[in-house]
Design a protein around this ligand. Structure first.
Ligand SMILES: [Mg+2]
Length: 299
């Protein structure tokens, strides 16, 4: 079984912070081919901004993903945004784009929605419309993304008050009954009550491609599911490395299952660049491994 050079940790405070050791651990996982690099978008390769539609992926991160795609079996983006929006933001061809926290995807140019999520689309919309009617605080953005929704309260004068008002509106709303509420960085996510998370999405990708190594980068509570999945995969013999992009906004406890942490989106881009450089130096050919492909969607 693969042993991470970083080792196991129980608290986020014990996460590895030395960039060289984090790079070593990530490369250790990626060398177990077929392997994949999977990354979240907002707060990980794209700085958090007040208006989500104005968020931009760092060019250095985009370049690194493009170069990593030439070396690895899979480079995937897993986001809370819709898969379409994630693809538009990252804009690198040949990547797998998984959106809505695992509920939809664009892989090989084909868009799919997790079938069990389809009946929940009208419920999610109705719950958001109820919250919109009940909470009249200026600055809240209600974003309906098909099978999930995100309520952004970053731009309100009093984010704490806005959060409480939104949570209360959802708690007393018939339409939201049964929906899963998952909070993030100044956002409340509304999701169907399905066992679909960024973690299950990563496990599914690993299974589809019989991956032997997986590196994951993420910055928020919803990424903690992916770090947990990586831990489980490691117990099954895969080589994995979970890297948290830590900010002052996220409780560090959510990163308990990560292996290492970097302090900013820029540092995450630097790490991706270093991974691409190291893989390019070790493997002179431009051909990526051809074994395996994703041909089916989860039923
Ligand atoms: Mg994020």
């Amino acid at each position: 079984m693969y042993e991470s050079p970083i080792g196991a940790h129980n608290s986020a405070d014990a996460l590895e912070t030395d960039p060289r050791r984090i790079l070593q651990s990530a490369l250790g996982a990626l060398h177990n081919q077929p392997s994949a690099l999977v990354t979240d978008v907002d707060g990980t390769i794209s700085p958090i901004v007040a208006v989500p539609s104005q968020a931009r992926v760092l060019p250095a991160a985009r370049d690194a993903l493009r170069r990593l795609r030439r070396r690895l079996q899979l480079v995937a983006v897993v986001s809370g945004r819709s898969a379409t929006e994630a693809r538009a933001m990252v804009g690198v061809q040949g990547l797998a784009y998984v959106g809505n926290h695992g509920l939809d995807a664009i892989i090989g140019g084909t868009s799919t929605m997790f079938p069990d999520a389809v009946p929940w689309v009208p419920r999610v919309r109705a719950a958001v419309e109820h919250a919109q009617r009940s909470v009249l605080i200026p600055g809240i953005q209600f974003e309906i993304k098909g099978p999930s929704a995100t309520l952004h309260y970053r731009r309100t004068d009093d984010p704490r008050q806005a959060r409480q008002a939104l949570l209360q509106a959802l708690a007393t709303c018939q339409e939201a009954a049964g929906l899963r509420i998952e909070e993030g960085r100044r956002v409340i996510n509304l999701l169907p009550p399905l066992r679909v998370t960024k973690g299950s999405a990563v496990s599914w990708l690993a299974e589809q491609l019989s991956l032997r190594g997986v590196v994951y980068l993420g910055d928020d509570r919803t990424d903690a599911h992916a770090f947990e999945s990586l831990r489980e995969m490691r117990q099954q013999g895969l080589a994995t490395c979970g890297i948290a992009v830590v900010s002052h906004e996220t409780p560090r406890s959510v990163f308990g299952c990560a292996d290492g942490r970097v302090g900013s989106v820029q540092e995450a881009a630097d790490l991706l660049t270093a991974m691409a450089d190291a893989l390019a130096a070790r493997e002179p050919t431009e051909d990526r491994p051809s074994r395996g492909s994703i041909t089916t969607r989860r039923a």
